[in-house]
Structures are given as C-alpha cells and as structure tokens.
Ligand binder design. Structure first.
Ligand SMILES: *[C@@H]1O[C@H](CO)[C@@H](O)[C@H](O)[C@H]1NC(C)=O
Ligand SMILES: *[C@@H]1O[C@H](CO)[C@@H](O)[C@H](O)[C@H]1NC(C)=O
Ligand SMILES: *[C@@H]1O[C@H](CO)[C@@H](O)[C@H](O)[C@H]1NC(C)=O
Ligand SMILES: *[C@@H]1O[C@H](CO)[C@@H](O)[C@H](O)[C@H]1NC(C)=O
Ligand SMILES: *[C@@H]1O[C@H](CO)[C@@H](O)[C@H](O)[C@H]1NC(C)=O
Ligand SMILES: *[C@@H]1O[C@H](CO)[C@@H](O)[C@H](O)[C@H]1NC(C)=O
Length: 539
C-alpha cells in the first residue's frame, strides 16, 4: 500500500473527506434476533442495531458506502443492495451466486459506491428466506447539491416500508418449502414493522405540519403480494421511481409490486386530524390490510374508520404501469438496435414430489461456490455450465431440470428481454447491477410484431418489473456493467425454489476499466477456499 493510500485511508477513518475522491459514509450493523408481536403473539425477527425494519442508509450520489456487518444470528448472512448498480463490482452484490456468506459470529465489511444514482431503494438479506423475518431497510440517495431536482425541497422525508407478513419464522417457512409444500398465504401486511389497530391506541408513524409538503418513500419488501398503497383523503404526486424522475402525475393510489419503490409528495392541505396510510393486498382471494397513522401537528381527532377502497382487477394496474413516463427534460439518447432477444417463461411443477419454480425449464440452485468466484478462479466448469437454457424456450419447458442457471452474455450488447407469464399469478422480476427501460406490458403472448407497441420515447428506467397473469412484459438495456448478475423473481417462494438465474457478462479486454479485481477482503468459500488467489485478472 502506498503512503498516499494509507493517508487517504486514515483520513477516511477519521471521517475526513479526501480531496479528489468521493465522500465516504460509514455504518456498523449488529445483526441479531429479537422479538416483536405484530400479530399479537411474540415471534422471532431479524434486527439490525435492535431495529425492525433496519436502520436507513442515508447517502448522496457517488458516496462510498461502508457497512461493517456483525453476524450475530445462527445462520450465514448476505446483504444485497436492491437496485444499487454496483458498477464493475458484482463482488459487493451480496447474492449467493456472487459472494460467500458472512458466517455466524463473524463480521464482514461491504464497500460500494452509489454511483450516478438517486432515489429510494432498500436492502435485504438474501440467504434462504431470511427476508421473511426482517433484516430489510431503506436506502436513499440524494442528488448532489449542484444537480437540480424537479420539485421543491419537501418539509421532511418519511419511509414507508410495506410488505406482506407471516406469523411463521423464516426457518419454518424454509422447512415448508424444503419439504415440497408452498408457504401458503401471509397473515397480515406490515407498514414500518407494525399494523395500526384502529382502536384509538395507535401512535402516529409520522406527523405533518399544515400546508407543508412531505416526501414519502414507499417500498414493498414483502414475500409475495403486490400491495395497493393509498393515503386517506390525500393524493400522491409521483416524483421518482427506482431511480428515474418521472412525469409528476397525481394518483389516488399506487400498485407497488414486490421489490418496487415509489417516491411521492403529499401535501398536508386537508382538515387537520389523523389519516391512515393503507397498504392492501392485490390480485388475491384474501384481502389483507396494513395501516399506519399520519397526524397533522395541529390535529384534533382520530382518522375516519372508512378506508378508501382499493382498485379492482389487474387491467387498472396495467394502465397505471403505462402511465409512468420519464421526464424527458433529463433524458439521454437511446440506442435502438437490438442485438439479442432473450425470452424468459416461468413455470412451476413438482419434481420428485416437491414443488419447484423454473425459468425456461431450469430451476436454479445455488452451490457452495459462488459462480462469480468460480469464474474468477477459472474453475467454473467444476461448478456450473453456461447456457443450459436457450433464448427461445422450447414448447416442453414444463419439464423442469434442477441446476445452476447461468447464461453468458456479450459485453455492451443491446438486449431485449421478454418475460412471458403463462400462469395465473402476477410475477415480479428484478435484475441486479442494472436498471432497464420497461417498454411494454400486454396480455397474451409476445410476438416480434408487438415491438411496434413499445414505448421507445419516454418509458421509465427502473430495476423491478411486474408481469401480469397470462401476459408478457418487455425490457431493454445495454449489458454495459461487467460482472455476474442475478435476475430473480422478487417473490420469496418462487426465488427460493428456483425462479432465478445469473447473467455472466465478461469484458473481453479484461480491463480494470470494466471490472474490479477480487477485493483483498473478499470472503472465499466452496472449492476455491483453499486455492491460491489467482493473479489479478484485470489490468
Ligand atoms: C450485538 O448485540 C448483541 C445482543 O444485544 C450483543 O450481545 C453484542 O455484544 C453486540 N455486538 C456488537 C458488535 O455490538
Ligand atoms: C441524510 O443526508 C442528508 C444529505 O446529506 C442530510 O441533510 C440529512 O440530515 C441526513 N439525515 C439523516 C437522518 O441522517
Ligand atoms: C470487523 O470489525 C473490526 C472492528 O470494527 C474491523 O476492524 C474489521 O476490519 C472487520 N472485519 C472485516 C472482515 O470486515
Ligand atoms: C420535468 O422536470 C423539470 C425540471 O427538471 C420540471 O420543471 C418539470 O415540471 C417536470 N415535468 C413534469 C411533467 O413533471
Ligand atoms: C442500427 O443498424 C443499422 C443497420 O445495421 C445501422 O445503419 C444503424 O446505424 C444502427 N443504429 C444504431 C443506433 O446503432
Ligand atoms: C461467452 O460469450 C463470449 C462472447 O460471445 C464468448 O467469447 C465466450 O466464449 C462465451 N463463453 C462461454 C463459456 O460460453
């Protein structure tokens, strides 16, 4: 280590910003089990620094974020930074295919940069079904001071972390899936870890001063249910979605699919009293409702027990999806030539009597050795095979093979991915390392002629997209972020039982400009654990 580097490191440790380098922000997390009773009876949850949901990460574009995680639960632990692009750096992505888990009783320090991004995101644990027990929290990225934001500074900002919730622990739910069954329906919907009882005993989650405007950052961290979010008596002015400033439409309510985030402005211009924020399940036979109270500071009186109704049917949701438009005043040129079309069809079936989910007939399993490490050490042929699936799934994709599902892609190709959902349940997909243009969604099957219906003008760029029942959705992106990236169902059961894959994008030039070498502090495990570290691959 050169003297300059040591000095920079010392200054960083002292909290001093190093000139010429982007600022650092530091967090220390103690991850433990704790007890809460959102359903009235005590249950075990995952806490971070004694909090549920976990503490927010509060950053500004280009900050270097350093999170020293102490694993004090009894299971291996990995955190992913949902929607953070980790440019050149899938090492910090925190999915089982990229990184080795933090073992119980040990600590590990994540180091990543929130490069050129703004907006509302969240983090969560990716091992097993841990997200069912907590360990999630908000991650916000402010614009840098000199970059204009297309709305006035709000009076304050509030997180609204919503999600369906089970009375059973992540371990019990995992056992159910391991035994071949489904986890069934959730028991409630939580908002910031609670659900207002509505009996006059609830403390408000937040307060608003009359006449002022507040920013609410809403993320669905649940396991399976899309949630409709609404704010009694108030409209929601949408300003940002997963990193894109959008055309600022007003909405009565927003469908927030699993893994999605929306940032809205709400003005306190109504009768001063309490109001409910509501998150209720969509497209389900059951109707679970989560509530939280917001109080006017000059308020007198409880919230009305009459809740605004949720919209009905999924056509409404599809129309809302199409109404999200990019604010073109901040837009960039768009490449138009597609170099590869990948069509991904989900399915599920019993394999040896046990429920599995698949993409193009392959139900993904992780191994002891993360694929990214295996590739770096040059032993990938001992761990997985590339391209078990093809870009055009065969008609018999209902026959499911269980294997690591890793596809190989060419750096900088401009890609179209079609998600086709032949099933009756709405799907939600996230792609790590990227945001993509969500250009279309329609009922029925995709054909190349559908391309003429794509919104190539002002579709928003985002990281998670829903696919409605018996429908398809199309996304477009350039594979310009080298690394190993996880494309996954956001639904916990589907993901755990195989509805995910990895995309390996290697820069042919093996240049440090395109990808970082194995970090000094990276955990190693599986078959590479005792192998000598390879010489730096990128120069
Ligand atoms: C983490 O929390 C546990 C339980 O409260 C405590 O025993 C432990 O000392 C804490 N560890 C650190 C590193 O703060
Ligand atoms: C979050 O960061 C912003 C911008 O740096 C700062 O103004 C604000 O005080 C921070 N909030 C918290 C809770 O740390
Ligand atoms: C573990 O925490 C200690 C104390 O904060 C720190 O010095 C060390 O670098 C951490 N270890 C890892 C692997 O991050
Ligand atoms: C788009 O953003 C600009 C500033 O960047 C803002 O003035 C304008 O109101 C926004 N337009 C819409 C339709 O939201
Ligand atoms: C797209 O391809 C056509 C034909 O190969 C070519 O003429 C055109 O320049 C390409 N456009 C872009 C944006 O690359
Ligand atoms: C992956 O794709 C690249 C570019 O098309 C190709 O050069 C490479 O041989 C492929 N690797 C494997 C293992 O298929």
């Amino acid at each position: 280590m050169g003297r300059g580097v040591v000095l920079a490191l010392m200054l960083c440790l002292l909290g001093v910003t190093v000139y010429g380098e982007d600022p650092y922000i530091y967090y220390t997390w103690n991850v433990t089990y704790g007890t809460i009773s959102p359903l009235g009876t005590p249950q075990q949850v995952i806490l971070i620094n004694n909090q549920f949901p976990g503490p927010e990460i509060n950053s500004t574009s280009n900050n270097n974020v350093v999170v020293n995680v102490f694993n004090n639960i009894d299971e291996p632990l990995l955190f992913t930074w949902h929607g953070i692009q980790q440019r050149k750096n899938s090492w910090q992505e925190g999915t089982p295919g990229t990184s080795c888990p933090i073992l119980p009783g040990t600590n590990y320090t994540y180091h990543f940069q929130v490069k050129d991004q703004i907006g509302s995101y969240f983090y969560y644990p990716t091992t097993g079904l841990q997200r069912a027990s907590g360990g999630f929290g908000g991650l916000r990225i402010f614009s840098r001071l000199l970059i204009p934001v297309p709305y006035a500074d709000p009076e304050d900002e509030y997180w609204v972390i919503i999600g369906d919730w089970y009375g059973k622990s992540h371990k019990t739910l995992k056992m159910e899936l391991d035994s071949g069954r489904s986890i069934g329906r959730p028991n409630t919907v939580l908002m910031n870890g609670k659900n207002a009882k509505g009996d006059g005993s609830d403390e408000p989650l937040y307060t608003m001063k009359p006449g002022k405007t507040y920013k609410y950052r809403i993320c669905n961290v649940g396991l399976k249910d899309a949630l409709n979010f609404r704010f009694q008596g108030h409209t929601l002015k949408l300003v940002e979605t997963e990193g894109s400033h959008v055309v600022q439409n007003n909405y009565e309510s927003l469908d927030v699919h699993v893994g999605q985030c929306y940032t809205v402005l709400v003005t306190a211009d109504k009768e001063p009293k309490d109001y409910y924020m509501i998150a209720s399940t969509r497209f389900t036979k059951y109707n679970l409702i989560g509530k939280g109270i917001v109080r006017y500071t000059n308020g007198a009186g409880p919230a009305s027990p009459v809740l605004p109704p949720a919209p009905v049917g999924w056509a409404w949701s599809l129309n809302q999806f199409r109404s999200f438009r990019w604010n073109l005043t901040a837009s960039a040129a768009r490449p138009i030539n597609i170099t590869r079309t990948i069509k991904l069809v989900n399915s599920n079936a019993k394999v040896d009597g046990k429920l599995r989910y698949a993409i193009n007939g392959v139900s993904h399993v992780d191994g002891e050795t993360p694929f990214k490490l295996a590739e770096y050490y040059g032993v990938e042929d001992k761990v997985f095979k590339y391209d078990l699936i093809s870009d055009e799934p065969s008609a018999d994709h209902k026959a499911i093979t269980i294997a690591p599902n890793v596809i190989n892609a060419t750096y900088r190709n401009f890609i179209e991915i079609i998600f086709e959902n032949p099933g009756k349940v709405v799907q939600s997909y996230n792609l790590g390392g990227y945001s993509f243009f969500a250009v279309a969604g329609e009922p029925g099957k995709w054909t190349p002629e559908k391309r003429k219906n794509y919104n190539l003008l002002d579709a928003i760029s985002r990281h998670t997209i829903q696919v409605f029942p018996k429908s398809w959705a199309a996304i477009m992106l350039t594979f310009d972020n080298a690394g190993m990236w996880n494309l996954r169902s956001e639904h916990g059961e589907n993901r755990y039982l195989g509805q995910q894959l990895y995309i390996s994008i290697q820069s042919p030039e093996l240049s440090l400009r395109d990808e970082y070498n194995l970090p000094e502090t990276q955990l190693v495990c599986g078959i590479v654990k005792d192998m000598p570290k390879p010489a730096p691959k990128y120069t």
